[in-house]
Write a protein that binds this ligand. Structure first.
Ligand code: DGT
Ligand code: CA
Ligand code: CA
Ligand code: ZN
Length: 589
């Protein structure tokens, strides 16, 4: 059902540590270590993150390796190897347990708020006794934050605004999809392996590919529900069992995320996943269509009195209601049922349509972690016809490249193009300055064959200035696409404010494309903006912003997100065959 998922956790007995668990452990270790102050910590964080990425990219099972074997994986150091060994043999890592005790999830959550670095967090904790969001809100309401050294009225107000804009609401907080998807996919894959189970699918907002998730809803088709329920209730992810029944079990994970698992009979699976995928508004509208036909629609089936009209698959239920199957990302009752009824659903883009990636870094960028050759080989392995290599321009001081470095890079790119038989566009990710200016100069920029232009700083400028900034950048003839439109990080950084209509008008007029960024942390532009872009006739690109070979799989997320924005196949530039794509790129130059 999901385009992704197959690569995620293969399923594992609850008592045995898998490579996926090791990856999760390293992520958590990195995340919690960030909260510790000081530069050696930053070094450690990077070591954990690099090790995690290297292990994931290697595809190796690290649970049966010796220390020497672990350290043979490029990117895994001795200290990290020790932690992996400790985890595999005991199921725990002492260092992580210590960090968990020091930083409970309700405190960790505060680190998402811009302006609250480790130092400030430590201070508000020790001086004001702030332990969670509610405590922080209270301290702000009482104007106590501004009394601390290094803080003031301005930073207090800024933090208050960030809390509001991020929609952090304590108990009913929503979790960014990137923190939920791997866990839900791997749990579903695990349940699918249990005896009697024929299918297990994450439904709810996750299947609709919402960018934030309230809770996880997994539906399991099985002839034997009790072992499934017991398995979930005793799962190592569960820190609390909220409910444990014959057909429904709910647990809380350590971070406070609720997971509901429901078991249904295989012949009612279609009706159940339809119901639990929602959205509620979509369900209500569908139910009305059933009522109009004298029927009833619920989680057990489409019913005509005692008789079942359809229940096995979603397709059968939609068909009985005179509708084609509606893809889950569209199910928000925002016109999809009417469009489906009149045969006007968009011809949505699919993963198989994608012929190349257009936002792609190598270790030429300071934050890139795979070499050019590794990145090119990975693109070839995915069957791409073309890739735009877009390392950062010189203005991003730490990550950027000088003119000489870029020209040398171009030679290497040409060489790789020859060696690997794939069209490589010599490109750049230009940084958009606060006034809309770009890296290098017009003449130097004209040497690039494909440029993404993106905002990487000055997120607080007012709406008018931000809009003017983007309009100026897109007017430059070297620019083919605006990257990650607002610069948001889901749940962490709200992104710039824009006059969206003016920006879309500008894109349509200049022929510059709008990027759909497949990084689960970004998913930028938002789905509403993507949909509006379609109406305005703006061309899209779907890209991964890869910094490592393991990032290429984000293309599936980018496509799913574009579908949530109703993106039609023909509106996406990187579905074009190479010759058409070259023509499209050169139109502006
Ligand atoms: P979330 O968890 O807030 O991110 O959003 P959802 O959509 O996953 O919502 P959730 O978990 O409350 O419920 C999952 C699905 O179950 C929802 O999308 C539709 C269905 N559902 C839940 N409550 C109702 C209801 O009262 N009426 C109808 N028709 N459907 C419901
Ligand atoms: Ca849910
Ligand atoms: Ca739920
Ligand atoms: Zn980038």
């Amino acid at each position: 059902m999901f385009p992704y998922g197959a690569e995620y956790g293969k399923g594992y007995p609850a008592s045995v540590v898998t490579t996926r668990d090791v990856l999760d452990m390293l992520s958590e270790l990195a995340r919690l270590t960030t909260l510790e102050e000081g530069s050696p910590q930053a070094f450690k964080v990077r070591a954990y993150e690099n090790a995690r990425a290297a292990i994931e990219a290697s595809g190796l099972d690290v649970t049966k390796m010796t220390k020497a074997e672990l350290m043979e994986i490029k990117g895994v150091g001795g200290a990290t190897a020790d932690k992996i060994l400790e985890f595999v043999s005991t199921g725990k890592v002492a260092k992580l347990e210590k960090l968990r005790a020091e930083y409970p999830p309700s405190f960790v959550e505060l680190a998402r708020i811009p302006g609250l670095g480790p130092k400030t967090l430590k201070l508000i904790r020790s001086e004001l006794g702030v332990e969670d969001l509610d405590g922080l809100k209270r301290a702000i309401a009482e104007q106590r934050l501004r009394t601390l050294p290094g803080l003031g009225k301005t930073s207090e107000e800024k933090i208050a605004r960030a809390i509001e804009r991020l929609g952090l609401h304590g108990k009913d907080r929503r979790t960014p999809i990137g923190e939920v998807l791997p866990l839900a996919d791997s749990l579903a894959a695990e349940l699918a392996e249990l005896p009697g189970v024929t299918a297990a699918v994450p439904c709810g907002s996750l299947r609709r590919f919402s960018d934030t998730i309230g809770d996880v809803d997994i539906v399991v088709a099985t002839t034997d529900p009790v072992p499934v329920m017991d398995h979930v209730a005793s799962h190592r992810l569960a820190t609390e069992v909220v409910g444990h029944g014959d057909t429904k079990t709910s647990i809380l994970t350590r971070s406070g995320l609720q997971v509901d698992v429901r078991a249904v009979a295989p012949d009612q699976f279609g009706a159940a996943i339809l119901y639990f995928t929602g959205s509620k508004a979509h369900n209500i509208a569908l139910r009305q269509r059933a009522i109009d036909r004298g029927w009833l629609l619920n989680e057990y089936g489409l019913l005509d009195g005692e008789k079942t009209v359809a229940s096995n698959t979603e397709e059968e239920i939609y068909a009985a209601l005179d509708l084609p199957w509606i893809p889950p990302p569209l199910r928000e009752n925002s016109g999809e049922i009417e469009a489906a009824a009149s045969g006007e659903l968009p011809d949505l883009v699919e993963l198989e349509d994608i012929r190349g990636d257009l936002h792609y870094h190598t270790d030429r960028s300071g934050d890139g972690r795979s070499t050019l050759e590794e990145m090119v080989e990975a693109a070839v392995a995915r069957g791409y016809e073309y890739v735009a290599i877009t390392d950062h321009g010189e203005n991003l001081a730490i990550n950027g490249s000088s003119r000489q470095e870029m020209l040398a890079h171009r030679d290497r790119i040409r060489e790789m193009e020859q060696r690997h038989g794939i069209r490589l566009f010599f490109g750049c990710e230009l940084n958009i300055g606060p006034d809309g200016s770009l890296d290098y100069d017009p003449e130097f920029r004209s040497q690039f064959e494909f440029c993404v232009a993106s905002i990487h700083s000055h997120f607080d400028l007012d709406r008018e200035t931000q809009t003017a900034r983007l309009l100026k950048a897109m007017a430059d003839p070297s620019v083919s696409v605006i990257g990650h439109l607002t610069g948001r990080y889901i749940g962490r950084r709200p992104g710039v404010e824009l006059e969206v209509d003016a920006v879309l008008e500008g894109l349509a007029a200049t022929g510059v494309a709008l990027e759909v960024n497949g990084s689960l942390d970004r998913l930028d532009a938002t789905a509403d903006v993507i949909r509006a872009a379609g109406r305005a006739g703006v061309t899209l690109t779907i890209s991964t912003d890869s910094h490592h070979v393991s990032d290429l799989e984000r293309m599936a997320y980018g496509v799913e997100w574009a579908r949530r924005g109703w993106a039609a196949r023909r509106s996406v530039a990187n579905t074009m065959p190479l010759s058409d794509f070259e023509e499209w790129v050169n139109r502006r130059r």
